[in-house]
Write a protein that binds this ligand. Structure first.
Ligand SMILES: [Zn+2]
Length: 379
């Protein structure tokens, strides 16, 4: 099976078999491979065996102490860097070799998360959004499965919430997700009609507290800004423009082409891929020229990725963001990103100083992610 740890070999193969993609890869990415070595004192060997030994389904370690020590002693690290988006990640062979959650463990965890979500129903204001949340000065946008309301502690002048009718944020159908997205885009139009200066939309969804949500109840957020975009989108726009000026090409199309050539893209017309430079675990990107609220294929792809993450890969907390072109702007595409933020049952944060100020440290292999998503779409 393909693994990011073999990236170098894959690039060499690309060089021989697909020169155009190889050239694009080098224009956009920088990658390197290094090995780190260490020594384990004999007093520590037994503990290392217990901590890192691969286990069978009954929890028995199936490797000898020497096998485990060998794996620890030399660790391969692959670095990826996108010169245009500024994203960069570190993949370590030791982290990648850790076995994933077994089906039984996953269903136990899913059961616990369900219980936690059920408990939070008591006194949930968002369950009665019309009664217990503020509305925008122009009123609320009514979806079939959601309703908007103003954010009581605003991020920005125009900062509102899409309250899902369902309390459980992990329980949504395709029709419901489509409605959440469509309602968000109706809100953008409402704001723009109310004040024409506000032209740059952002749609975000922080699902559960590990992803930054303060309330369990399902809700996404919508924002509109004037003058310049939010910082991350503004940065991408600037570099998108520079790349176009320098090469006459579309940066995101080229990023997609490279991912496709390496086998990291969706088996679909939709331009989606598991990122080579994820910000955190399982980051998935979908690029669209069309407004996703009116493109069924794009919305369906978003739905399938999310359902695969939740139902198959056991994701409970995630972020979703739709970065948009400004109203009337045609050169910049819509960029949808989804990232796993770790189990809500674990108290440690998934992001530390490395992610904030260094490069992202990643355990999940993007080749496993795309395989899971493509298989899930076939089922
Ligand atoms: Zn609720």
């Amino acid at each position: 099976m393909k693994s990011l740890l073999d990236l170098e070999e894959m690039i060499n193969k690309l060089k021989k078999e697909d020169e155009d993609s190889f050239r694009l890869f080098n224009n956009i990415f920088h990658t390197s491979r290094d090995s780190g070595s260490l020594k384990i004192p004999s007093s520590f060997k037994e503990k290392v065996h217990t901590y890192f030994g691969n286990k069978d389904e009954f929890g028995n370690i199936i490797e000898s102490p020497n096998e485990v020590i060998e794996r620890i002693k030399t660790q391969k690290v692959i670095k990826t860097y996108n010169k245009w988006t500024g994203e960069g990640s570190l993949f370590n062979s030791l982290r990648a070799s850790r076995p994933g959650m077994k089906p039984q463990e996953r269903s136990q965890e899913q059961e616990k998360i369900k219980e936690y979500i059920e408990k939070s129903r008591e006194n949930c204001d968002f369950c009665q959004a019309e009664k217990y949340t503020p509305e925008d000065v122009f009123g609320r946008v009514q979806g079939k499965h959601c309703i908007t309301g103003s954010n009581i502690a605003k991020y920005d002048a125009w900062s509102s919430i899409i309250y899902f009718k369902k309390h459980n944020p992990l329980d949504f159908t395709q029709e419901e997700l489509f409605d959440y997205i469509e309602t968000g885009f109706k809100w953008f139009k409402k704001v723009h009609n109310y004040d024409k200066q506000f032209i740059s939309p952002l749609f975000i969804w922080n699902c559960l507290q590990k992803a930054g949500a303060s309330q369990v109840h399902g809700h996404a957020q919508v924002l509109m800004t004037k003058n310049i975009h939010y910082a991350k989108t503004q940065f991408l726009r600037k570099n998108f423009r520079s790349y176009m000026q320098l090469t006459g090409r579309n940066l995101f199309k080229d990023i997609y082409t490279v991912h496709k050539a390496l086998g990291l893209a969706l088996d679909s017309e939709v331009n989606g891929f598991a990122s080579l430079t994820p910000f955190k675990e399982k980051e998935f990107t979908i690029i669209s020229r069309d407004n996703p609220s009116t493109n069924e294929e794009v919305k369906e792809a978003v739905y399938k990725v999310l359902r695969c993450y939740i139902d198959k890969l056991g994701v409970s907390s995630f972020n979703l963001a739709i970065s948009c072109p400004a109203f009337g702007e045609t050169f910049f595409p819509y960029i949808i990103r989804i990232v796993d933020r770790g189990s809500i049952l674990k108290p440690t944060a998934d992001i530390g100083a490395m992610e904030l100020y260094g490069s992202s440290v990643i355990s999940d292999d993007p080749f496993n992610v795309i395989k899971s998503v493509n298989e899930f779409r076939q089922d």
